[in-house]
Design a protein around this ligand. Structure first.
Ligand SMILES: [Zn+2]
Length: 276
C-alpha cells in the first residue's frame, strides 16, 4: 500500500479527465492525494475552436501531428495544476484530418499519419488487444491508486465507450493480481439515454473547487474557449447535480467496485455519500 494515496483518472480526450472529476481531483489534491492523469487516445483529431472578439467561436483544423501536440500541451498545463504530468497511452483516434481539413478514417490498409505507429490499435479495439490491456493493468498495479475513475457506459462518444472497455478489462485483471482499489464511473449526462444517466450511486461535494474545475477545463483552450463563461455547460452540470445531491455543486459517480481500501478521505466521502 502506498503512503501517499493516489487517484487515477483515465479519460479518452484532452479535457475529459477534468470534465469527469476535475473538482474531485482539486479537492483531494489539496488533502494530500497524488493524481495519476491518463489519456487513452493520441488526441490527433478534432478542431481548434477560437473565441473571436465579437463573441463567436470559429473552428479551424490542422494536421494530426500538430493537433496532437497542441492538445498534449494543453493536457500538460492542466495536469501541472494538479501537480502531475499526463500519461499518454497514445491509442490513435479513429480518424484524423489532413492539411486540407478533409477527415480520414483509420481502416486496415489506409495511409497512416506520421505520428501513428503501425503496431498500436486505435482506441476502438484496444480493449481486446493483449498488449494494450496488459500495459494499463501494469500502470494500475504500479501506481496502486485508491480508486480508478473513468467514463460512463451510457455515452454518445464511441471513443469514450471504448476507453471504458479498456479500463474495465485492465482494472479487473489488476484485481486478479491483487489490486485492492475501487473503481467508479463518472456520469456524463448524455440525456439521449433517458433516465439511465440521471442515476448515480454516490457523489463528491465540489462546491469549493468548482471554480478550479472550470480553470482546469479552460486549460484545454482549443476545445473549451468559453470555459470562463458563467453559464458554461460544464459549470451548470455540477450545479444541477449538486441540487440533486443536497449541496451546491457535485460530481456524481456509479460504483464498479468499492474496493477494500479504507485509507483515503476520498473513499470515505464516496462511501458516506452512497445511496443505500
Ligand atoms: Zn472526450
Amino acid at each position: 500500500m502506498t503512503t501517499t494515496p493516489k487517484i487515477m483518472v483515465v479519460g479518452a480526450h484532452a479535457d475529459d479527465v477534468e470534465i469527469l472529476a476535475g473538482g474531485t481531483l482539486c479537492k483531494y489534491r489539496a488533502q494530500g492525494h497524488e493524481i495519476v492523469y491518463v489519456m487513452s487516445t493520441d488526441n490527433m483529431s478534432g478542431g481548434v475552436h477560437t473565441l473571436q472578439p465579437d463573441g463567436t467561436v470559429t473552428t479551424t483544423h490542422e494536421p494530426p501531428e500538430l493537433m496532437s501536440a497542441r492538445r498534449k500541451r494543453e493536457c500538460a498545463a492542466a495536469a501541472a495544476r494538479l501537480g502531475t504530468t499526463p500519461i499518454h497511452l497514445d491509442h490513435p483516434q479513429r480518424h484524423y484530418r489532413d492539411a486540407a481539413g478533409v477527415q480520414h478514417e483509420l481502416r486496415y490498409g489506409c495511409a497512416r499519419p506520421p505520428t501513428v505507429p503501425p503496431e498500436v490499435p486505435t482506441i476502438l479495439t484496444a480493449y481486446e488487444d493483449e498488449a494494450s490491456v496488459s500495459r494499463l493493468t501494469d500502470l494500475i498495479l504500479e501506481h496502486d491508486p485508491v480508486c480508478v475513475i473513468t467514463h460512463d457506459l451510457a455515452v454518445t462518444s464511441i471513443e469514450h465507450l471504448a476507453t471504458v472497455l479498456l479500463v474495465i478489462n485492465s482494472f479487473w485483471r489488476a484485481v486478479d493480481q491483487g489490486f485492492e482499489g475501487a473503481m467508479l464511473q463518472g456520469r456524463e449526462d448524455d440525456l439521449v439515454f433517458g433516465d439511465l444517466n440521471a442515476r448515480w450511486d454516490t457523489f463528491v461535494d465540489i462546491t469549493d473547487t468548482l471554480d478550479q474545475k472550470m480553470q482546469l477545463i479552460g486549460c484545454h483552450a482549443c476545445q473549451m474557449p468559453t470555459a470562463h463563461y458563467p453559464h458554461h455547460g460544464h459549470r451548470q452540470r455540477p450545479l444541477k447535480w449538486g441540487a440533486a445531491c443536497g449541496c451546491s455543486a457535485a460530481e456524481v459517480f456509479t460504483w464498479v467496485r468499492r474496493g477494500d481500501r479504507g485509507d483515503s478521505p476520498l473513499l470515505a466521502e464516496l462511501v458516506r455519500n452512497s445511496r443505500p
